[in-house]
Design a protein around this ligand. Sequence first.
Ligand SMILES: [Zn+2]
Length: 255
Amino acid sequence: MKSLFFIFGIVFSTTVALHNSAQAEPQFIFSDDVAQGVRKNISIGVQAGEDFFKTRLGIIFSKSFSVVASNTDSFRKRNVPAKFYDSNCNGGYANPRFFVICAESESFNRNQFAGGLDVQQRVISLHEYVHVLQFEFTKISAEPAWFQEGFAEHVVLLYKEKLGITNKKQELAWQRGLARTLKYSLEQLEGRDRFNKSDKSVSAGMIAIADLEGRSGFQAFSTYYRLRGKGVSWKKAYEQAFGVTTKEFYAGLQL
Ligand SMILES: [Zn+2]
């Protein structure tokens, strides 16, 4: 009984500490030529990410972080630390404690989804925000690419479903169709180089993440990231959080 109380005490105090820490205000570094509508969309995307982590995972990001957005590469080059600067930017990219939006890029301006361009720009910002959080809990190099990207897009999917512009079941069925034409296994998509070889890799990642959610519930992702934040390796955290080894999961996954 005594030990049970002790365990409960630890869990309880962890939760309280997380909820008591204040949400950090992001620092927006926008070049003058970034339109008001774009600024608003980026800010809404960040807000959606903060709400998601707070309500679905019980995680509040209390560390300061920045968002650098511009229509020109030269502005980004001046405002992004040299070791993280990437001239090959389409949409955006993330690094520890900041993300970048390339507002002039083709993907940021591609009006192809239900909900229109505003939603497109918000979900790109949300996707990059998720990566900033992932960096906070993990060493991104040690995170499998399919998990990292699949989780970010899963968060986007849940956001779009909340907005009423997509149906999760239908979208996953569509993504599954794309994933089935991939010639790589999920295990082969752990590495970033192979992952980047096909646009369909992210579809496989999304199917795998949805499978994990179905198997263990969404709370398991919170467990996973908390363990990662304590320095547990991804394979060990994965096994503890989802109750399955990566090997077993790879063998059983039906794309
Ligand atoms: Zn990404």
